[in-house]
Design a binder for this molecule. Structure first.
Ligand code: ATP
Ligand code: MG
Length: 433
């Protein structure tokens, strides 16, 4: 083992040769969100601990065992965000965004932190693309939010991702359900894990989300919430399904989905893949009509989802999806001799100001290694400058793909001529001639 400090367990480095994958995904994600009417929101990476305890809920895995909490020198404690919704809603309230008309739609790409046992698709620092829609109780909003997640999944090229939906009702119908669940689990109390014993009294539905083998086995035959929905919740669930059908979005109803966070009401959903092992939930979300009030705001219905980008990218790799290609260098200006080196610096600088990806030798290498380097970085064109070119003011511009060479003047017309040539090449490459 090398003797330098290693990265913390459960974190990842995205190295330069891989970052184009992230950039491509982030581009798809933000462009799709904008197309659906969302604007980006950016909030702090840490918040007062109480914000997460109140919103995520103190019977959840996240609050009970996964939060990174630090105490600063004062009396407050802060927690690195374990998810994106709480901070987003806090910011929406704090910035008076609820007064700016409904619905409000925001999205974010943010790192989240949870102290979990690291494994493939389960990290301690991970990244979520999240979106929140605030100010509508309509089931068509639920379908619209699901449609956004589905669009992203389709556009990055993923296949075979199952959409599971469920309704976990409202506080009224859930009270009845809790009673039935409690009775069911009470009889099997001796087998439940310690955490779930505590949940039995405080929030029995949480047991359904327990990852322990024994508890999930017991949960299999537990009463299902759908049998307990009140008329309004039932109608909402029906309308959601009508809308999904209208939009041609396939789904299955899965009564086992209750979601890991406390704030959900009515619609909950997950997009699941079987391609990356047991951590197959790529995206999870739902409606949280009570949350804004819980956080001290006016009663306002809202909903959203979080999509785990590591899991998304892992699934893309497993399925062999294509990532948006990285743009490579347009032109490399090689040079021999001091004068040519100066000219290369000047010309590259002019091209860059004009928006071209231009590179030149900054190592002081000979011509051969320069050409090798140009090849390595995938330069589309190469110009070679030597004493002769400086003297005549004319150089050769070589198309590295076709091998074709043209002469280009190194005077004031250089940038314009280069662009004209580049454009002509583009047109012919696209077969538009
Ligand atoms: P899980 O059941 O897998 O623990 P969760 O219910 O805790 O997921 P959410 O809180 O709903 O997850 O987060 C939304 C999404 O964020 C998940 O669907 C997943 O894609 C991703 N995610 C959650 N926790 C992690 C993690 N530790 N590492 C990587 N991605 C994660
Ligand atoms: Mg979890």
């Amino acid at each position: 083992m090398a003797n330098y400090i290693q990265r913390p367990k459960g974190t990842q480095d995205v190295v330069p040769t891989e970052s184009y994958k992230w950039q491509g995904v982030e581009k798809v994600v933000s462009e799709t969100a904008k197309q659906f009417g969302y604007k980006e929101i950016r909030v702090p990476t840490f918040e007062e601990t109480g914000l997460f305890v109140r919103s995520v809920g103190d019977t959840t895995d996240v609050v009970q065992k996964e939060m990174y909490t630090v105490s600063a020198t004062g009396d407050s404690t802060f927690t690195l965000r374990p998810e994106g919704t709480a901070g987003t809603i806090r910011a929406i309230l704090e910035n008076g965004i609820l007064n700016q008309g409904f619905p409000q739609r925001v999205y974010y790409i943010a790192s989240c932190f949870r102290h979990e046992k690291p494994q493939a698709g389960r990290l301690r620092e991970f990244h979520q693309f999240g979106c929140e829609m605030v100010g509508t109780a309509s089931p068509s909003a639920d379908a619209d939010v699901i449609a956004l997640a589905k669009s992203v999944i389709d556009r990055v090229g993923l296949e075979n991702i199952q959409l599971n939906i469920n309704s976990i009702g409202c506080p009224e119908c859930r009270a009845e359900y809790h009673k039935a669940l409690k009775e069911y689990f009470e009889e099997r109390k001796s087998e439940l894990c310690e955490t779930c014993l505590d949940r039995l009294d405080r929030n029995p539905m949480r047991i359904l989300d327990c990852k322990s083998e024994v508890c999930s086995k017991i949960s299999e035959n537990a009463p299902v919430i759908l049998d307990f929905l009140c008329e309004d919740c039932n109608n909402h669930f029906e309308k959601l399904q009508e809308n999904l059908k209208m939009m041609n979005i396939d789904y299955s109803i899965n009564a086992k989905i209750v979601r890991g966070l406390d704030y959900y009401t009515r619609t909950v959903f997950e997009f699941i893949t079987t391609d990356i092992g047991s951590q197959g939930t790529v995206c999870g979300g739902g409606r949280y009509d009570g949350l804004i009030e819980t956080l001290g705001g006016p009663k306002t219905p809202a909903l959203g989802f979080g999509m785990g980008l590591e899991r998304l990218i892992l699934t893309m790799e497993k399925q062999g999806c294509e990532f948006l290609p990285e743009e490579s260098c347009d032109v490399y200006i090689a040079s021999m001799g001091e004068n040519a080196q100066k000219k290369a610096t000047m010309l590259a600088s002019l091209l860059r100001k004009d928006g071209t990806r231009a590179e030149y030798d900054i190592v002081g290498r000979g011509l051969k290694p320069q050409m090798k380097f140009a090849d390595k970085i995938g330069a589309k064109f190469v110009i070679v400058l030597g004493d002769n070119e400086i003297e005549t003011g004319i150089a050769k511009l070589k198309n590295m793909k076709s091998g074709e060479q043209i002469e280009i003047k190194l005077d004031d017309s250089f940038v314009e001529n280069f662009n004209t040539y580049l454009m002509a090449e583009l047109v012919s490459a696209l077969g538009l001639e």
